[in-house]
Ligand binder design. Structure first.
Ligand code: ARG
Ligand code: ASP
Length: 709
């Protein structure tokens, strides 16, 4: 009885709910989990989902270019991912004559598929728990620094001796803040070619206005292909490479979907922090998020002001604006969601319960004061965290001139510490990046950003970290001088400066008014903010690690580690939600809704004429025969950034959609997942095929895939 009660309490507290909605390590699928999935309609066994010695779904899922996920959909290495994940490549191939961003790209043969230097995808072939090996020789009373270095040593040793093939890599990752470790055997393919992309008006229909929102109508997909050497192994780009022969690939199921259908998301979620104490969550949503939101709002308003008045500026700043706006909007949703779900109070209830468990289970009595220690550390953390965010947002993310100064400062450090040779090498790396930043740059906009952000700096930077030499009343005048004279604002001068010998380069640079000004901020960062941050983070991380150890010991249920960029599954059902009182959102959107939102000529809500014709003729078959073409759908899988492009998989293991976003009301799921309103958003695979077939006229791709009706 007591066990049942305890379980119920854990459940109601929500921190540890049923597996439904959690991010599970595929090699750790328990019987309990498979049972629950089966109850929800799944027919998959744990070996279907993951196996290290036979083909299974994990062999058809890839990490796409580091930050996204993708899936293999043909025996010839064809990949589906999101449009926003392939955007960099689509943009890089676009020219005035061939504007693939605007018009889409539909290669008609292997020869027309376009290589993308630097792009890579990674398969996970094997996952193994290596906690014991990594923690070998570690004793509880060991000095923390010593402990860390021994762990590092063990990790290095295991990585070097772990059995693997020549073309594979082994990566060891920490879980539960270092209470567990897993080894991943990876295959990294480096010749990835662009195959197809819809026009942006389809791929990012609704752009920033609809971002993080439901109802949604984005065709957020793009198509790539893996190329391999003649032995089907990873190889750098070569015209001799051939399409990768994939033994594992998803079949595609176009049966109509409905509320309650089981699905699973298989991918690479980047980062969640579900086990933070209440004080940390409160600080994030009440202090840190509002500061970052204010900085970004300031920057976005300025960009928008200029973008609305000038088409050249609009073109240059569209991608930058979208990148800054993405997390600006996310943080607003996150803070609101935490308040609305009373997540801080829920966490406090859990904390009471935890302390009680510590007493009942006679765990380490140090746990009894753990929340006081968190309280104290987060109190110290507040100004440091704020200062760090002000610096990064102002001098790195929202102002190009200051960002250039930061790169040059790092270059200068390399010269001073590592000498001329290292400098020359690094310069090769930095130069293209520094000079490349002029491509989408307008000095008038950047100057306006500089003035507004530096004023915000003077007003808002915590006193302890504020540079007193920077005076608000001088900022406009300083900006005039810097933007008129600094090499940081003059690509030609900066280019020739970068070609001078390092000594001369540094002398001229250090006389530059822009660089001198930026250096004040940069030095404050490296000399004061970063060391303080490092120090407090080390302490917080150690305490968090101990806390999680305690939670594991106190718990009677299985727990799920926070996302850390490793392969996970998460499952749920297709389901709507209630964003506000008396409002219900249905879980499937349709082409009809695109037409409802359509604004001719608008940069967010315009659509190709051809789509309107298809809509008028209801020319949807075979992807829909009901007269309504689905576009997006939502469900209860727990996802986060990095899950973009992940396959949505049905009960039989077939592909039914591509994950790309979450609903705004539920974006606090990175800190506190709530099944009632946290929903992931997917593109319906039927819409993807419909666009490829009827809008892109690309039947060769349709033929390449296996489509089940
Ligand atoms: N919100 C989604 C994610 O976090 C989609 C972002 C796509 N980019 C954009 N700026 N609309 O990645
Ligand atoms: N849009 C995100 C991504 O790009 C997914 C999310 O945050 O839900 O990974």
């Amino acid at each position: 009885m007591k066990r049942i009660l305890t379980g119920l309490i854990w459940l109601s507290i929500g921190l540890i709910s049923a597996q439904n909605g959690r991010m599970i390590i595929p090699s750790e699928l328990s019987e309990e989990t498979i049972y629950e999935m089966t109850e929800m309609g799944s027919k998959l066994t744990s070996n279907d989902i993951y196996s290290s010695d036979q083909l299974s779904l994990n062999d058809a899922v890839i990490q796409f270019n580091g930050g996204c996920t993708g899936e293999i959909v043909s025996p010839k290495g064809l990949i589906l991912t999101n449009h926003h994940c392939g955007y960099g490549a689509i943009q890089a191939h676009s020219t005035f004559e061939h504007n693939y961003v605007r018009d889409g790209f539909w290669s008609k043969s292997f020869e027309e598929e376009l290589p993308n230097p630097g792009m890579h995808v990674t398969f996970v072939r094997k996952i193994e728990n290596v906690t014991e090996e990594v923690l070998k020789g570690i004793t509880p009373d060991m000095d923390p620094v010593l402990k860390q270095s021994l762990i590092q040593k063990n990790i290095k040793l295991i990585s070097q001796t772990y059995p693997k093939e020549d073309w594979q890599e082994v990566n060891i990752k920490a879980f539960f803040e270092g209470n567990q470790y897993y080894a991943f055997t990876l295959e990294n393919y480096k010749d990835i070619r662009l195959v197809a992309a819809p026009p942006s008006s389809i791929g990012k229909f609704g752009a920033n206005t609809d971002n993080w929102m439901w109802p949604r109508h984005s065709g957020d997909f793009s198509v790539f292909r893996i190329y391999a050497d003649k032995n089907n192994r990873p190889a750098a780009y070569s015209p001799d490479n051939v399409p990768y022969k994939s033994s594992a690939y998803f079949k595609i199921n176009i049966k109509p979907k409905k509320t309650g259908d089981f699905f699973m998301i298989y991918g690479f979620p980047g980062r969640t922090q579900e086990y933070l104490p209440s004080v940390a969550v409160a600080q994030k949503v009440e202090i840190i998020n509002p500061a970052r939101i204010e900085i970004r709002k300031t920057a976005l308003d300025i960009m928008q002001h200029y973008m609305q008045r000038n088409d050249t500026i609009k073109l240059k700043y569209t991608a930058k604006f979208a990148r800054i706006a993405n997390y600006w909007k996310k943080w607003i949703g996150e803070s609101q969601g935490i308040k609305k779900t009373q997540a801080v109070d829920r966490k406090k209830e859990f904390e009471k319960y935890f302390l009680n468990q510590v007493k009942i289970k006679k765990l380490d009595p140090e746990y009894l004061s753990i929340y006081d220690r968190f309280e104290d550390l987060y109190q110290q953390n507040k100004d440091i965290e704020l200062a760090r965010n002000y610096f990064i947002e102002i001098a790195y993310l929202n102002n190009d001139l200051l960002k250039r100064a930061l790169s040059l400062y790092n270059l200068q450090q390399i010269y001073q510490t590592k000498g001329k040779e290292a400098f020359k090498l690094s310069e090769k790396k930095f130069s293209p990046q520094i000079l490349g930043s002029f491509k989408n740059y307008d000095s008038q906009v950047d100057k306006a950003l500089f003035e507004a952000l530096m004023k915000l700096y003077v007003d808002k930077m915590p006193e302890k970290y504020k540079n007193k030499a920077i005076k608000k009343e001088n900022i406009s005048q300083t900006a005039d001088i810097i933007y008129a004279n600094s090499v940081l604002n003059q690509p030609d001068k900066l280019k020739s400066l970068l070609h001078k010998n390092p000594k001369k380069f540094l002398r001229i640079l250090n006389d530059d008014p822009g660089y001198q000004y930026a250096q004040q901020l940069i030095k404050d960062y490296y000399q004061k903010i970063a060391p303080d941050y490092q120090n407090i983070r080390t302490q917080i991380n150690q305490l968090q690690k101990k806390y999680i150890k305690g939670i594991i010991a106190a718990s009677d249920k299985r727990l799920y580690p926070d996302a850390n960029g490793t392969l996970r599954i998460s499952y749920g059902v297709i389901k709507g939600y209630e964003p506000r009182d008396a409002v219900y959102y249905f879980p499937i959107s349709h082409v009809r809704g695109i037409i409802e939102k359509y604004i001719p000529g608008d940069y967010e809500f315009d659509v190709p004429k051809k789509l309107i014709e298809l809509y008028q003729k209801k020319d949807y078959a075979p992807y829909s025969t009901t007269g309504e073409m689905p576009v997006n759908f939502i469900g209860t899988a727990h996802t986060t950034g990095g899950n973009s492009g992940s396959p949505a998989i049905n009960a039989e293991g077939d592909l039914i959609g591509i994950n790309f976003d979450r609903v705004w009301e539920g974006t606090m799921s990175d800190l506190y997942y709530d099944q009632k309103i946290s929903r992931n958003i997917m593109v319906d695979i039927n819409y993807v095929l419909f666009i490829i077939d009827k809008l892109g006229n690309n039947q060769r791709l349709i033929k390449e895939m296996t489509i089940k009706k």
